[in-house]
Design a protein around this ligand. Structure first.
Ligand code: PLP
Length: 394
């Protein structure tokens, strides 16, 4: 018999994955080109050519026993040094390899942080709408997720609700910037206000509250939008970064965690993170791709393709009467459904061969998510279907 905990995880299994599977069945029935599958956040743009070049060069020229061997649990030191320098260049910070831990994507980074910090019953605050897997990651370590209600106007933060949700048991807060599923980017003013609330609550309760900035989409931003670097605003900050989206390498499972120098209990936390990275079922982040990303720290996939898709969809959907906050980053859009029941709405969308994800998957019912990391042709061909879906409710 499987464990009680796994029974719960299986019951709450990913709705997004289920829709993706359904999309595959529909594609077989109607033909792939006639299905507009906006379910998964799987990048549609190829990695930059520097990735392939790096793979070849490393395989041909670096010592095999180094490339394929075990290393320090936190990752290769030379790789962590290169990454720390690139973070410093981009954000005017002053990290060294000691602040960087190579991880199995952002998911790995978040899990080692929770493994390190959480006692059973500790609370982690999430801002709705949010990436649904956070609930599972927190439950892995018997933590409790606490949800701050959405701010529908801009998908920024409802600060009053946030403040009211902080208790003596609050151990961490996750901010996902740019945001999945809304595409919102939290501004510097938002971050300053968030930091000041956290500072005063830490003092009031005499506790440490850690801020985890989950940033797999840091470089996927449009126009002149800037994503503030959170360690500069609040000392108890971790940054979880991933190459899954910005270098289009989700299957390679590579990312890193930045641990801010002057956070409370830095030394204990760093050693615990190293152990957590070893005992979660893997002993380090994949070695080949640690070495690859170190050669591509200033590169990204062609983000302009996502921006073009966003512009086409945002304009068309607004014209058809959908209410939507224009995304500033990531490759998601989060419009309002024409009915309250988002699951029913997404079911109806299938009549028009649209696969979209109900907002309740992200703790925000009445909305739906479009992942527009797809071909431009799919976006253009889908517009008529979005129009028919809107017309159905007029
Ligand atoms: N955090 C957010 C907000 C995501 O959207 C995702 C993946 O879609 C992850 C974390 C996990 O990313 P990774 O593939 O780097 O583990």
């Amino acid at each position: 018999m499987i464990s009680q905990k796994m029974i719960e995880f299986v019951k709450n299994g990913s709705a997004i994955r289920a829709m993706f599977e359904e999309g595959k069945i529909m594609a077989e029935k109607y033909g792939k080109e006639n299905i507009y599958d906006f379910s998964l956040g799987n990048p549609s743009v190829a990695p930059p050519s520097s990735v392939r070049k790096a793979v070849k060069d490393i395989i041909e020229n670096e010592p095999e026993m180094l490339v394929h061997g075990y290393m320090n649990n936190s990752g290769f030191e030379d790789v962590r040094t290169v990454i720390s320098k690139s973070v410093n260049d981009k954000n005017s910070t002053s990290f060294t390899e000691k602040n960087i831990i190579m991880t199995v994507g952002a998911a790995g980074a978040l899990n080692i942080v929770f493994k390190t910090l959480l006692n059973a019953g500790d609370e982690v605050i999430l801002f709705a709408p949010y990436f649904g897997e956070y609930n599972n990651y927190i439950a892995n370590y018997d933590g409790k997720h606490i949800v701050v209600k959405p701010n529908f106007e801009s998908f920024s933060i409802d600060f009053d609700d946030f403040e009211s949700k902080i208790t003596k048991k609050t151990k961490a807060v996750i901010l996902n910037n740019p945001n999945n599923p809304t595409g919102a980017v939290y501004s510097e003013d938002d971050i300053k206000r968030l930091a000041s609330i956290l500072e005063s609550k830490q003092k009031e309760y005499g506790i440490s509250i850690y801020l985890i900035s989950d940033e797999p989409y840091r470089e996927v931003v449009y126009g002149d939008v800037k994503v503030p670097y959170l360690t500069k605003y609040y000392k108890n900050t971790f940054v979880a970064y991933s190459y899954s989206k910005t270098l289009s390498l989700p299957g390679e499972r590579i990312g890193y965690l930045v641990v801010n120098n002057d956070m409370d209990d830095f030394d204990d936390i760093i050693s615990a993170l190293g152990v957590a990275n070893r005992i979660l079922g893997y002993v380090n982040a994949p070695s080949l791709f640690q070495r690859v990303v170190a050669r591509c720290v200033y590169d990204t996939s062609d983000i302009s393709i996502y921006e073009e898709n966003k512009n086409i969809l945002y304009k068309a959907l607004s014209d058809y009467g959908y209410e939507c906050v224009e995304p500033k980053g990531a490759f998601y859009m989060f419009p309002k459904c024409f009915i309250d029941d988002d699951k029913e709405f997404c079911k109806q969308a299938k009549e028009f061969r649209l696969i979209i994800v109900p907002g309740s998957t992200f703790a925000c019912s009445g909305y739906f998510r479009i992942s527009y990391c797809v071909d431009k042709k799919t976006v253009l061909n889908s517009l008529e279907s979005f129009k028919m879906l809107a017309d159905k409710y007029k």
